[in-house]
Design a protein. Sequence first.
Length: 396
Amino acid sequence: MDNTTRYIDIPQGIIDFYKMCRPSPLIRAYCLEKELGTPAKIYYKFEGNNTSGSHKLNSAIPQVYFAKEQGITGLTTETGAGQWGTALSMACAYYHMPLTVYMVRTSYEQKPYRKNIIETFGAKIIPSPSDTTNAGRAILEKFPGTGGSLGCAISEAVETAVTTPNTRYVLGSVLNHVLLHQSVVGIEAKAAMEMYDEYPDIVIGCAGGGSNLGGLIAPFMKDKIDGKRDTQFIAVEPASCPSLTRGKYAYDFGDTGRMTPLVKMYTLGCEFLPSANHAGGLRYHGMSAIISKLHADGYLDARAVEQTRVFDSAVKFARCEGLLPAPESAHAIHVAVEEALKCKETGEEKTILFGLTGTGYFDMSAYDSYLKGTMTDYIPTDEDLEKSFSQLPKVQ
Ligand SMILES: Cc1ncc(COP(=O)(O)O)c(C=O)c1O
């Protein structure tokens, strides 16, 4: 990748796989519109139609394809919610590539069947922090009993890769090439909307490391940067892990063990350990450099939402659209609903597009706690954040 090549063709070997599940559907949420009584038109791009259940497969397939081409004989990775680990294990099964997955312990315990599906696809799965790496042991010593975080799991996966011959670590979000892979989502969405003579006034995506959002907004953002359109873009993150809305725009490590290169991004500090929010895929201390820059330059808005409000919208959506969303995706649903209700007040007929990144069939313990009324919200205090900001690397 470089800074000047605008389009990179998808190799035939990847297209052959994509034919099994792409293009993904662009769906108009007629029933949700009716339920809300809004004049807005609501569309969503649904990425949960493939067996792995989310958009993560869009990047898993090219990453394993290119690793195979390069002669790599083993891969390691981390997974939060389990969607990335599942997608990568599916891709590794397809290309016959051994894989070790470090899964954030909180999610591992919340979603026991993730282990079974990842093992069915032939990969090895280890809850993180673990005692299998120096990074894991150090984190366990410093934070005994911790449920882990994406930052910890990345450290363990990187360490295992660098200490195992001909093995590489692959990441399912944050990095520029992952956003590039996810741009297939936005390109398809734009093409499908053009067929109906539609163009979104608002594009909304949930943001963990920023990959689905970056991919969905890519072609629409180009029009905005070129001055052709004035679309509003909204990133939605959990109030428990608010990197864009309350983080610092600074150089930081991508992992808790401080092994990765420094990235300029919105960050809560690489030592920030988010509370056990049910949207495990959004519990990351940092954010994609591209998404961060767009936010810093005023092209992209950001909102943080508490998980109980997110699940209000997830359940409303499931009941009228007949689709059980992943908790991560439900963050985008929530803000789409808020925007559609604003249109109801003002009478504006805006066109809203949001990314429905995956299904929530492995997230039933989260739905269970919401439906029982035991779900709670945790919002870090300013003191919590200041404590982890004070650990940011000092960069001249
Ligand atoms: C279903 C789903 N949506 C969204 C995300 C957030 O990741 P990203 O911000 O990279 O799209 C995840 C991450 O695990 C996920 O599993």
